[in-house]
Design a binder for this molecule. Structure first.
Ligand code: AMP
Length: 397
């Protein structure tokens, strides 16, 4: 059954506690990437327009249940106020008498931001008492923090037991639409691109997507474990020899299901990868096996062409994980070429969280994709078919 959203309920004049994801990077007190704040604006603006009393809460970083100035949300309040063109009241705690007094005194359409919920140990423990305190100021709870929806914390799950209504904001609604509906009944061909470091991190996602995809394109270091599973050599490439059986099962499942499962036919290899220094030493293109002393760092030009051709035919693309060590420009070409192909394809294109989003942003093609997930771990768990506690706790239509 579909989850209720902010459009399904009456919010005018009501106190609405909104769990947003304001876990933004901060350096010397300045916000270095405000995309999460921008992401929360549609929900906040809707509530303001409907004249709700908007009380925002979020976590920032890992203060481990203690008050720590390093992780204050104060700078976010300022930034948000500029973006909204209206004052945002900042409170230096998220529970307690001062918060209750301020909440009682709010006028319709006012926006207030509470201090970091993780300054209290009860947040991550999902302590019912803390959740109850948090809920005290609200008639309605809105969850719009997809990035933490896979965690049952007080501000994502616990709080729902102490308010009259709990619904999703626009951001979560969109995540569910793209990661859920659009991949459950995809327009075909449905091409899944998977990369990144480890098979072990993504095997559950691969398994779940083999039930839905027409074609799977593998890149990143993950490809080398698959190469080992097929009896190939990978030299000094990052691989997981203890996951060969896991990789073999995925290859078998792909065969059974008639899913086209492509591995890189060529790779860019280097003899001295220094991730910190951002250098590779000598590089060359190698087809097939990789010899000792060399390490695969990107998919090669033939693979790029092959993958581009598959992506061009797609009607739905889901992409998670870079094709190589994209942080180093010389090993980013495969990832950027795939990004371009995805952006140019006439299809629904969905970028699953974390590094893939960073990679597509760096490639310069992020404007041309249909959807970029805001959740790393949450988007993987959701694609695996797991129920996210922060979503499961919301009211159904
Ligand atoms: P993940 O978080 O699993 O999506 O992995 C992303 C990380 O995988 C990035 O930091 C990449 O640098 C890394 N990665 C991708 N391909 C390779 C490779 N061939 N060798 C080493 N690391 C890689």
């Amino acid at each position: 059954m579909a989850i209720k959203t902010i459009e399904d309920i009456e919010v005018t004049g009501k106190r609405v506690l909104v769990r947003v994801d304001f876990n933004v990077p901060v350096k010397n007190g300045a916000i270095t990437d405000d995309s999460r704040i921008i992401g929360a604006l549609p929900t906040i603006r809707h509530l303001v327009e409907k004249k709700a009393k908007v009380i925002l809460c979020s976590h920032l970083g890992r203060p481990k249940g203690e008050r720590n100035r390093e992780f204050t949300l104060q700078a976010v309040a300022l930034d948000l106020s500029t973006k909204l063109g209206a004052p945002v009241t900042f409170l230096d705690d998220c529970i307690g008498e001062q918060v209750e007094i301020a909440a009682r005194g709010m006028i319709d359409g006012q926006v207030m931001l509470l201090e970091n919920v993780r300054f209290h140990p009860g947040e991550e423990k999902n302590d019912p008492e803390f959740a109850k305190e948090l809920a005290k100021v609200a008639d309605i709870f809105v969850n719009d923090a997809f990035g933490t929806a896979h965690r049952a914390h007080a501000s994502t799950e616990g709080v729902t037991h102490h308010v009259k209504e709990s619904v999703a904001g626009y951001l979560i609604q969109k995540e569910l639409e793209y990661l859920g509906e659009k991949t459950a009944k995809p327009e075909r061909p449905f091409v899944v691109i998977l990369g990144g470091a480890k098979v072990s991190d993504k095997i559950s996602v691969i398994d779940a997507l083999l039930d839905k995809a027409d074609t799977v394109l593998i890149g990143g270091a993950m490809a080398y474990t698959f190469r080992l599973a097929l009896g190939g050599e990978v030299g000094d490439s990052l691989a997981e020899p203890d996951k060969i059986d896991t990789a073999k099962s995925a290859l078998e499942k792909a065969k059974e299901k008639g899913v086209e499962f492509l591995l890189p036919e060529d790779n860019i290899v280097c003899d001295k990868l220094d991730f910190k220094a951002g250098t590779l030493g000598e590089t060359k293109v190698v087809e097939g096996d990789i010899e000792k002393g060399w390490e695969g760092v990107d998919i090669g030009p033939k693979t790029v062409e092959r993958y581009k051709a598959e992506i061009a035919k797609a009607k739905t693309v889901l992409w998670n994980g870079p094709m190589g060590v994209f942080e180093i420009p010389e090993a980013a070409q495969g990832t950027f070429a795939v990004a371009q192909a995805v952006a140019e394809a006439d299809c629904v294109s969905i970028i699953g969280g974390g590094d893939s989003v960073t990679a597509i942003k760096r490639s310069g093609y992020s404007q041309s994709v249909s959807f970029m997930s805001t959740g790393g771990g949450a988007s993987l768990e959701f694609l695996e078919g797991k129920e996210l506690p922060g979503v499961a706790a919301l009211d159904r239509k």
